[in-house]
Write a protein that binds this ligand. Structure first.
Ligand SMILES: Nc1ncnc2c1ncn2[C@@H]1O[C@H](COP(=O)(O)OP(=O)(O)O)[C@@H](O)[C@H]1O
Ligand SMILES: [Mg+2]
Length: 409
């Protein structure tokens, strides 16, 4: 191009999530970064460079072939190994256990260290970000990632790695610059799995700040059990099974004074104001609203499906229906059924009503129409369609497509 800019994937912002030590939150960081960027409308391509395939598993990919292994050993075009993930906007190049065997195969190639970079050169300029989830150690794929990346994001666990570990990390980056990629920048050192209850943590963080200055990112990621649990939820998610702890677990962990699972509570009410002799009305409130809202938010942030917990009284279909309807409106994709009779209710309630699907489809059609005629604004039955209703319509149509795909399989 005239401006000298590449029109291939090297034009993307390329970040290697790297720390030669294992278990330092690389995969967790990569996943969160990909999901966060996608939520902001960025297109992301991720590479799982670890034969353990944790990131691949977390993305809930059903079919991981062809993956990076085939690209290395069978010369499969990299484009064929790019799979869509459960997160809209995130594409993924999967790893498999066979990547172990691919390592010597790659090493045997001429110019192995720059192989990944040259592969990116052959991909179109389709993604805003390319993220490499590096394996622990300094294998050839890690070096290839450091050669292909523009920046390194290094998650470190301050209590474990400490100053010496970070010094080693910086040294490795210097070597990478000298050996394979003079332009490699350090995006930052991200303190993760930070346990503030340990006195040592604060001390190590202070030392790191002194040593690394602004390279130590101000954001720190605390110990978060949900984060540790999330990967194992990937499987149930694509199996369309419960993937979240329910509101009742939340109630218990909060010490809420109720043993009711899912329904109302006669003490959680508002009284209408005093008005002379008139009897005051008791207005029941939904004590599950906040936990459910939070649950849906957390699920969205991690690209997971939100499934509401159980409704205890299986002899109360009316109560179940009311609770499940509220849950569905808040954005949950499903709800536990603890009794066979609740399964049918669930399917009925969590399948968007035909009328709503038809309306959503009509909204998307008129938006497409407006787009193709260049009229700028779209309307349906004389009413202007705003961006929010388009997104809502997309959600409903997507849900329906997922349900249809599941019924067909
Ligand atoms: N902020 C966190 N709080 C609690 N556990 C975490 C956090 N980040 C990561 N973990 C857990 O620590 C382990 C290692 O994290 P992982 O991202 O797989 O590291 P790596 O990819 O560097 O090997 C995993 O079991 C993960 O779930
Ligand atoms: Mg990992």
């Amino acid at each position: 191009m005239a401006d000298g800019k590449s029109v291939n994937a090297l034009n993307s912002r390329r970040i290697a999530v790297f720390n030669a030590k294992g278990g330092t939150g690389k995969t967790t960081t990569t996943h969160a970064l990909a999901a966060g960027l996608a939520a902001r409308g960025r297109r992301v391509l991720t590479f799982d460079l670890d034969h353990q395939g944790n990131l691949t598993f977390w993305f809930g990919l059903k079919d991981t072939r062809p993956g990076l292994d085939e690209v290395i050993r069978q010369n499969t075009p990299l484009g064929d190994a790019i799979h869509p993930t459960t997160i809209a906007g995130v594409d993924h190049v999967p790893a498999s256990p066979f990547l172990v065997a691919a390592d010597p195969a790659l090493r045997a190639k001429m110019g192995a260290e720059t192989w990944l970079r040259r592969q990116l050169e052959r991909l179109p300029d389709r993604w805003d970000f390319v993220l490499f989830d590096c394996a622990p150690g300094l294998g050839i794929l890690t070096i290839a990632a450091l050669a292909a990346a523009g920046e390194v994001l290094a998650p470190v666990q301050p209590s474990v790695l400490g100053l010496a570990g970070v010094a080693r990390l910086l040294e490795t980056l210097d070597q990478a610059r000298e050996g394979v990629n003079p332009d490699l920048r350090l995006l930052g050192i991200l303190p993760v799995i930070v346990d503030r209850r340990m006195a040592l943590t604060g001390e190590v963080l202070d030392q790191l700040r002194e040593h690394c200055g602004p390279q130590l990112l101000r954001t720190t990621i605390g110990v978060n059990v949900r984060l540790a649990e999330a990967p194992s939820h990937a499987k149930p998610i694509y199996d369309y099974a419960p993937s979240s702890t329910g509101a009742a677990d939340y109630a218990a962990s909060q010490g809420m004074r109720t043993t009711n699972i899912g329904g109302g509570n006669a003490d959680y009410v508002m009284l209408t104001d005093k008005a002379g002799e008139a009897a005051r009305e008791r207005h029941w409130n939904d004590l599950w609203h906040y936990p459910l809202f939070r649950l849906v938010q957390a699920a969205r942030a991690h690209g997971l499906m939100a499934i509401d917990g159980p409704f205890g009284d299986y002899q109360d279909p009316e109560g179940f229906r009311a609770q499940a309807n509220r849950t569905a409106i808040l954005g949950c994709e499903g709800k536990w059924a603890i009794h066979p009779s609740q399964i049918e209710l669930c399917n009925e309630i969590f399948t968007p009503p035909a009328k709503e699907v038809a309306r959503a489809e009509a909204i998307l059609a008129s938006m497409k129409d407006a787009h193709s005629t260049g009229s700028g604004a779209a309307s349906l039955n004389g009413v202007l369609i705003d961006a929010a209703s388009i997104r809502q319509a997309e959600v409903i149509v997507k849900q329906m497509a997922m349900i249809n795909a599941k019924s067909a399989s």
